[in-house]
Write a new protein. Sequence first.
Length: 477
Amino acid sequence: MKKFNLFAMSMLAIAAFTFNSCSTDDTMSPTTGQETVEGFYNMTIQVKGSAGDATRTTQSNPENGTVEESTITSGTIYIYQGTERIFKKTVTASDWKTAPTQTTAGETKPIKVSVNDVKENTPYTVYFLANADLDYPLAANAAFAGSTVGGANYASNNHFVMFNQNDKNKQADHSTVTFTADNKNEATPAIATQISLDRVVARVDAPTVDVTKIERKPETTTKNFEDYLEGVVYDTYALSNLNNNSYVVQNWNTTGKWTLNALIAETAPYYKPTTEYGTKYQAAGLENFTTNARTPKNYMFENTTTEKDDATSIYFCIKATLTESAKANADFADGTFYRYDGKLYTRIADLMADEEVSNPFGALTAAEVVNNIKDAQGNLIEEGEKLTNFRKANNIEVYRAGKMYYRYTIEDNYYVREGYYSILRNSIYRMNVNGIYDLGKDVPNGPTPDDIQPNYYMNVTVAINPWVLNSTNIQLK
């Protein structure tokens, strides 16, 4: 159920191997009681993407991976007999006769290796770890070294780490080779069946936001936004809960139906966790927000969890622009406004004079209230205890410079498990916001609707493209 095999590319890398009696740079664990075969074999490696065979569903809109996402410059070949590794060989850039690219086959120079005690006419399984090295990839719960950046270090340009596809449709042991006496001649090598590789990371692209106004719908709860907001402009985005850990082989339960996470105790589970973005009443983690131009793509390990606050998520920062009348005599000149009891205000004085809502400020005057949250330069005070207490004590939202935040939990369209949130390796997730019909939160982790009033929601429709690509149409409310 992964999202296709690797980034959208179909690449064949053919490695020709010469087997001889000894070699100092090869690794093997001999067995006993078997006939020795000294010979040759060819290995075919295919890195698939959106143009390859789907592993979960047929894709109608394939998207090729870039050259940087698809290039194999080095790797490690393994031959196993059951769970026992009998051969390991590192392939470096100098071993390629023709280096593989996104669309063309690659072929190695003949590589001299030694395999002792291989039994003739016996199938062995073949594995390839692209752009990385590991001694025993099939060891129980074998995992990559924990990352501190959510797995992005396994997705360097031209060095994306990849391993045998492993899912319900094609298990990791899908490539086999059988040696015979004929294979002692370099002209007649044994042929290993094709290996299909998956990139071990998922990709989340910068979102597209094709919205300029908030549209009122029956679900919209903010009563008067048309009087205050001229429109909206997409500003920035941020990601949270990027998994720092991953199995080498995509790991499934014993039925092969449900994918599992590798959360290793020695490493912090998540990079940029939800808690990094503050509390219900205080903004934090704003330095993580980035523009589409600055960060068009993000790479991370796959993530499966039952906890929504641990699910890989995207925050949208949408900036509201005020009408001219709303700007007039506003408490702040930078577009800051308030929401209280389902209504918008740019002046505390207007809130206190509104007979439809209760006055949360008691005997304080409007000037006293505003001065309490205004600094010496006339701007809204910085995020901290004072502003946090103001929001919480008065059940009021304060939208600094008109910025609103929406959070969307990223989910895979083709792998659905009730009660779980998942993104999978070798998949692209792309969110497209095509509608906004209520205000977002005034801080990234602002209160849920039941904490104050049901003032904001987000509805999302997700679609996937290969690598596998997930393209999502989102409506924010």
